[in-house]
Design a protein around this ligand. Structure first.
Ligand SMILES: *[C@@H]1O[C@H](CO)[C@@H](O)[C@H](O)[C@H]1NC(C)=O
Ligand SMILES: *[C@@H]1O[C@H](CO)[C@@H](O)[C@H](O)[C@H]1NC(C)=O
Ligand SMILES: *[C@@H]1O[C@H](CO)[C@@H](O)[C@H](O)[C@H]1NC(C)=O
Ligand SMILES: *[C@@H]1O[C@H](CO)[C@@H](O)[C@H](O)[C@H]1NC(C)=O
Ligand SMILES: *[C@@H]1O[C@H](CO)[C@@H](O)[C@H](O)[C@H]1NC(C)=O
Ligand SMILES: *[C@@H]1O[C@H](CO)[C@@H](O)[C@H](O)[C@H]1NC(C)=O
Ligand SMILES: *[C@@H]1O[C@H](CO)[C@@H](O)[C@H](O)[C@H]1NC(C)=O
Ligand SMILES: *[C@@H]1O[C@H](CO)[C@@H](O)[C@H](O)[C@H]1NC(C)=O
Ligand SMILES: *[C@@H]1O[C@H](CO)[C@@H](O)[C@H](O)[C@H]1NC(C)=O
Ligand SMILES: *[C@@H]1O[C@H](CO)[C@@H](O)[C@H](O)[C@H]1NC(C)=O
Ligand SMILES: *[C@@H]1O[C@H](CO)[C@@H](O)[C@H](O)[C@H]1NC(C)=O
Ligand SMILES: CC(=O)N[C@H]1CO[C@H](CO)[C@@H](O)[C@@H]1O
Length: 753
């Protein structure tokens, strides 16, 4: 490749609106609030604490302020000021503190409730209520034109997600299934409110028409002296996505939840073959064969057609269940795997993922059943919770004799939580359960996927480094059921450093003999979104039904997923449109964006899996980066300008069957070159493929990772010649380094097409 001097487009600084926002605290009466642009967004409601069978509240003076004080100091985030109010509630006292930062670019308030004495008989007798309330915010009056996004329900807040106008009579799911709440206006102001500690015990509750309370979950009946719980209110003037990102940055930094375990997770890096709900082989084997033979046949088929699956996922069909459908003994059953896991591993040579579900009260591991470990039984539901670090250590240790179980899928976190009352009433068991599981997994190099997770589990994973991924939509189902819509829950998962998992999918429409009697018309959208999610890519076709052409758009020749830097996420306008409705000029449907940055250059991705109106997408609405040219996946020859003044016109042609997919790329080398990348992949410019883009004397050097025995066709557009040109990097002939080793090829080594 030719060229003169290179210049690198520097990321534009964010456009700061002239916004004045302040958290205000009245040191006299303990009231507090958030004012944005001279409009009061949040006003404190009543503070209250339960004890001795009653509620002590500021509303009727039963909660009495004793003292107030201010303090200041500095933490990892910078200098702060705080206001503390000590209240007397009958026989016990509580300390409520609001902390804000001095740095005006960090608009955060941390609210802390600390019990200075033990409080007994605190239960609200409803698990979805709270037994304490600080902070609380009034529902009336509410800021003009504001909307909300509330994550709630399982799969990272997917199943009971709510979006709407923030009006005095709002009522969205809170309590045990509730999660972070985002309040935003129709410009770019947004606030995120959530627990900041004690994630398994903290909740929120809407006192209908009056206020929203944040506090301790409703069935807790005693809070010991010294117990403390924190909540965060995070404000940003750069919109919903940026507010969530800033909020997530605060949490991940506070809990030191690094991206490394996620980035290094084998199952996040490489494609695998799945057997979970929706899969061809989910509780379904080849005719007349057991699972052992079926799995060996699948491995043989995969090998025959040379699809580089790197691992297998074994779902809930292999272990022993108890009377209540929970796990009784987590061991492969004789009729399923007669020769055990080690044998399967020897035959397939593939590491695997091990599913598990909630524990049955009958579990053989429980001391009360003659086993060796502490379990807390729930006799009413027939479930149980393990409460013993050694249990987890021993079962993960045992997987070491199984060949290679590399990841643990903790499924049914929702039912385990719903059906064990100890998890509603005990302040500590929930946190211990998930931390012990995580620590033991970490000791054996096993990563964890949360499935069926409520927002509280996702937040709890901040304290569990080995949790690297979470399912962000409901179970896969062929035939068009919405479950490919990863865009909103991915916002939540990603900012707390979890890879969003779209779940399995099929690559071929019709697969006779499947257990569902269904067909999959949306294979393209499914495969695309699985890849763009940045989570695991795990198809589950029957033997003979893998569409290799479609599937391999995800990955390089070794099965390494060619992903963007970030999961595709719903743009702010999608959320705002869902809240404000017409005439707000937003999309009715799903508009997601992502990007890859290589050596300072920005390569955008726009995916529109479904749109029910016409929408003009500006580059500012897509992402806070500059762009210049764009092209459609199905017509790369037609490049066009994409900016704020030349928006992309999107419409009803974007359907689940025919999702619209666009890429953007900057003009480089004095506006003479547009790097388009490997057009046969979903992500033509992936950081996993293109290492760096550099200039030397007049040349653009694009460092491309080409695997042994791999051929990569790289496309660019020459402005001066007005044509697409290709470069072929053929590593099948030149030389044969060790199997699967990675080499770097400079363009000079490749040939111009
Ligand atoms: C603080 O609260 C006191 C008592 O309610 C009230 O008199 C005072 O005006 C408040 N101060 C401000 C700045 O609002
Ligand atoms: C803020 O609002 C108050 C009351 O509505 C008004 O008196 C004041 O002039 C406003 N200040 C600014 C800077 O707009
Ligand atoms: C607890 O409440 C009962 C009424 O339910 C009351 O008689 C008793 O005095 C209270 N105890 C304390 C220590 O406040
Ligand atoms: C707890 O409070 C309730 C409601 O006031 C009361 O009926 C009950 O007796 C109290 N229980 C204890 C153990 O104090
Ligand atoms: C004070 O208010 C709380 C919250 O509304 C209520 O539960 C409690 O019964 C009230 N107490 C009295 C003595 O009125
Ligand atoms: C902290 O408080 C002290 C005492 O009020 C004051 O002198 C000091 O300036 C404050 N420091 C900051 C960083 O606000
Ligand atoms: C209340 O909590 C704040 C923040 O933790 C602390 O600085 C203050 O000393 C506490 N006050 C009392 C009386 O415990
Ligand atoms: C698996 O292979 C190992 C190493 O060759 C061998 O020692 C072991 O016996 C085999 N196990 C089974 C169950 O096939
Ligand atoms: C794992 O199990 C083996 C065999 O039972 C035992 O020798 C070893 O100490 C265990 N390791 C841990 C960390 O528990
Ligand atoms: C499968 O579905 C087709 C079309 O929906 C239906 O006609 C057929 O009866 C179904 N077969 C079974 C076995 O359920
Ligand atoms: C396989 O997928 C490719 C790419 O989407 C498509 O063009 C082709 O028709 C598919 N083949 C079959 C047999 O479905
Ligand atoms: C056995 C049992 O109690 N199951 C309950 C578990 O929780 C769900 C709610 O999520 C109930 O519907 C079940 O009845």
């Amino acid at each position: 490749m030719t060229i003169l001097t290179a210049f690198i487009i520097v990321e534009a600084s964010f456009i700061f609106n002239l916004v004045e926002s302040t958290f205000q605290v009245n040191a006299t009466d303990g009231s507090y609030g958030l004012v944005v642009n001279n409009i009061t967004w949040l006003t404190s409601g009543d503070t209250s604490f339960n004890g001795n069978g009653t509620t002590f509240s500021t509303v009727n003076g039963t909660l009495k302020m004793l003292t107030s004080s201010t303090s200041n100091g500095s933490d990892t985030f910078g200098p702060w000021s705080s206001w503390s109010f000590i209240y007397q509630a009958g026989t016990f006292a509580v300390n409520t503190t609001v902390k804000t930062y001095t740095d005006p670019s960090l608009q955060v308030a941390v609210f802390t409730q600390t019990y200075l004495d033990t409080s007994t008989n605190t239960s609200a007798r409803d698990m979805d209520r709270v037994i304490s309330s600080f902070p609380s915010f009034r529902l009336s009056p509410v800021p003009l034109r504001s909307g909300y996004l509330s994550f709630a329900g399982h799969m990272v807040g997917y199943t009971r997600l709510a979006i709407g106008r923030f009006l005095p009579d709002i009522n969205f799911p809170t309590g045990m299934q509730g999660g972070p709440l985002v309040i935003f206006d129709n410009t770019s102001n947004a606030v995120v409110i959530s627990p900041l500690s004690q994630f398994m015990a903290a909740s929120s509750y809407i006192q209908h028409g009056q206020q929203i309370n944040w506090g301790i979950m409703g069935m807790v009946n005693e809070v010991p002296r010294g117990y403390s719980v924190d909540f965060i209110v995070y404000y940003s003037n750069q919109g919903i996505n940026q507010a969530m990102q800033g909020w997530g940055n605060y949490l991940t930094r506070l809990y030191k939840k690094s991206t490394a375990p996620r980035d290094n997770d084998f199952t996040v890096q490489y494609m695998g073959y799945y057997t979970n709900n929706g899969a061809y082989y989910y509780y379904n084997t080849e005719q007349g064969k057991n699972y052992e033979s079926t799995i060996i046949d699948i491995a043989g088929y995969i090998n025959n057609i040379s699809v580089p699956f790197k691992y297998l996922q074994f779902d809930s069909w292999w272990y022993l269940r108890g009377k209540h459908d929970g796990t009784k003994t987590w061991e492969p059953q004789r009729d399923i795997f007669p020769h055990g896991f080690q044998y399967i591993y020897n035959r397939t040579k593939m590491p695997f993922g091990c599913d598990n579900r909630f524990w049955d009260v009958d579990t053989t591991y429980a001391k009360y059943n003659g086993g060796s470990y502490n379990f807390i039984p729930d006799r009413q539901s027939g479930y149980a919770v393990p409460d013993d670090y050694h249990f987890w250590e021993d079962i993960f240790n045992k997987t070491q004799t199984w060949g290679k179980c590399i990841f643990y899928e903790q499924d049914w976190l929702n039912l385990e939580t719903d059906n064990n009352t100890v998890l509603h009433s005990d302040l500590f068991v929930g946190q211990r359960w998930l931390s012990q599981m995580g620590k033991a997994a970490e000791n054996f190099g096993i990563t964890i996927q949360y499935c069926g997770a409520y927002p509280r589990h996702i937040l709890q994973s901040l304290e569990v480094p080995s949790v690297t991924q979470a399912r962000v939509t409901r179970d896969y189902e062929q035939g068009g059921r919405r479950q490919w819509n990863t865009g909103i829950t991915s916002i939540f998962a990603d900012v707390v450093n979890l890879a969003p998992f779209k779940d399995t999918f099929w690559t071929t429409e019709s697969q006779p003999g499947n257990p569902y009697n269904r067909t999959e018309p949306n294979t393209r959208t499914e495969a695309m979104l699985a890849t763009l999610s940045t989570g695991p890519v795990g198809p589950s076709d029957g033997i003979g039904y893998i569409n290799k052409t479609l599937l391999m758009k995800c990955c390089d020749a070794t099965g390494r997923i060619l992903k963007p830097d970030k999961p595709v996420k719903a743009i702010d306008d999608q959320v705002k449109m869902a809240a404000f409705k017409s005439p707000y000029p937003g999309p009715i449907g799903e508009v997601y964006t992502s990007y890859t940055r290589i050596s300072g250059f920005f390569f955008g991705i726009i995916v529109v899996p479904q749109l029910n109106n016409s929408y003009l997408l500006t580059s500012a609405a897509a992402w806070p980066f500059p762009t210049s040219l764009a092209f459609s996946e199905n017509d790369p020859k037609k490049l066009f300008d994409f900016s704020n003044t030349t928006p992309l016109k999107l419409g009803k042609e974007c359907t689940v069957r025919n999702a619209c997919l666009f890429y953007t790329s900057p003009l480089i080398q004095l506006n003479t070159i547009v790097l388009m990348g490997e057009l046969e992949k979903w992500v033509p410019m992936s950081g996993k493929r293109v290492n760096s883009i550099q200039k030397t004397d007049g040349d653009v050097l694009v460092y491309v990772l080409v695997q042994a025995q791999e051929t990569v066709t790289f496309t660019y557009y020459s402005v001066t010649r007005n044509q697409l040109k290709t470069v072929l990097c053929d590593n099948t002939k030149s030389w044969s380094p060790a199997e699967n080793s990675v080499i770097s090829l400079v363009f000079g080594v490749c040939t111009l097409g």
